[in-house]
Structures are given as structure tokens and as C-alpha cells.
Design a protein around this ligand. Structure first.
Ligand code: ZNH
Length: 141
């Protein structure tokens, strides 16, 4: 559970991310695919070269969904319900990959927002992304 202070740190940085979801999300995916090659297998139908249009478009979707989650930080189960169904029933992404993506997102935030991304902010984002991942993998069986 995130404290009020942690929620404010997450929501605050989301405000700065929102205009740059494609670029930042694409960068996070580039890191994911470069560092954790097994994650590429889910995207065989994409052009996975760094900075490709496919990667940016998909990165934008992922970060926008995270922005939506932040807007509904006290009711993420409902807000992410459709996305949770998609990941559990259609995509069946190995749950371990969510941690890897969360790590890459944090690396991108640290690189682009060094002043905002204090240790407290990082801890808040780590908790928040773990909570989002928990919702997206909650319907697996
Ligand atoms: Zn996911 C899809 C989000 C993780 C894989 N995704 C998706 C989408 C979104 C997301 C928004 C879109 C949907 C529609 O279109 O409707 N994800 C997300 C988030 C996260 C995730 C937020 C975390 C946090 N995913 C993930 C992972 C993986 C994935 C980890 C692996 C590695 N996804 C995926 C896929 C897809 C998706 C494969 C499909 C794509 C296409 O388009 O085809």
C-alpha cells in the first residue's frame, strides 16, 4: 500500500511523463529487449530495432496505461480490469517479465528526471509498478 506521500510522488512525476509517453516508453522497451532477450519472444510481429515505430507506439501504450493507473491509484483493480484480462487470458506473459519491465521503466525515469527521481521517489515508483504488475497478473491461474 502506498502512503499519501508516495502517491503524490508517483502522480507528480506522471504529470511530467504524460507528454512523452512514446519516447520514454519506447526507451524502456529498448532497454528491456536489449537486456532481457527472452522478452522479445512476445513481440515477434514487431520491428524490434531500437527506436522503431512499433516499439515507440507500444511503449506509448504501456506508459499511458501506467498514467491511467496513477489517475486511479486507489481503484486500480477496476481501472486496469480490461488490461488484466488481456494479459491473463490472451497474452499470458510470464509474470517475471513484469519485474524486468518495471526495472527498465525506473532506469528511464532516473535518466530523464534525475532531480525528481530521488531515492524516496524511486521507492514510491517501485511500489507503484509492483502494484500495477500485481493487478495485471492477478487473473492468471
Ligand atoms: Zn503489456 C499489450 C500495458 C507488461 C507484453 N500491454 C499491452 C497494451 C497495454 C499494455 C496498454 C495494449 C493493449 C491494447 O492494445 O488494448 N503491459 C502493460 C503494462 C505493463 C505491461 C502497463 C506493466 C506494467 N506486457 C507487459 C510485459 C510484457 C507485455 C512485461 C512482455 C514482456 N503487452 C504485451 C504484448 C502485448 C501487450 C505482447 C500485445 C502487443 C500487440 O500489439 O500485439
Amino acid at each position: 500500500v502506498l502512503s499519501a506521500e508516495e502517491k503524490a510522488l508517483v502522480v507528480g512525476l506522471c504529470g511530467k511523463i504524460s507528454g512523452h509517453c512514446d519516447a520514454l516508453g519506447g526507451e524502456a522497451l529498448d532497454r528491456l529487449f536489449a537486456s532481457f532477450g527472452q522478452t522479445r519472444t512476445y513481440f515477434s510481429h514487431f520491428d524490434l530495432s531500437p527506436g522503431s515505430a512499433d516499439v515507440k507506439r507500444h511503449g506509448g501504450k504501456v506508459l499511458s496505461a501506467i498514467g491511467e493507473a496513477a489517475k486511479h491509484i486507489d481503484s486500480m483493480d477496476q481501472a486496469l480490469s480490461k488490461l488484466s484480462d488481456l494479459h491473463a487470458y490472451n497474452l499470458r506473459v510470464d509474470p517475471g517479465n513484469f519485474q524486468l519491465l518495471s526495472h527498465c521503466i525506473q532506469a528511464v525515469l532516473a535518466a530523464h528526471f534525475p532531480a525528481d527521481f530521488t531515492p524516496q521517489c524511486q521507492a514510491a515508483w517501485d511500489k507503484f509498478l509492483a502494484a500495477v504488475s500485481a493487478v495485471l497478473t492477478s487473473k492468471y491461474r
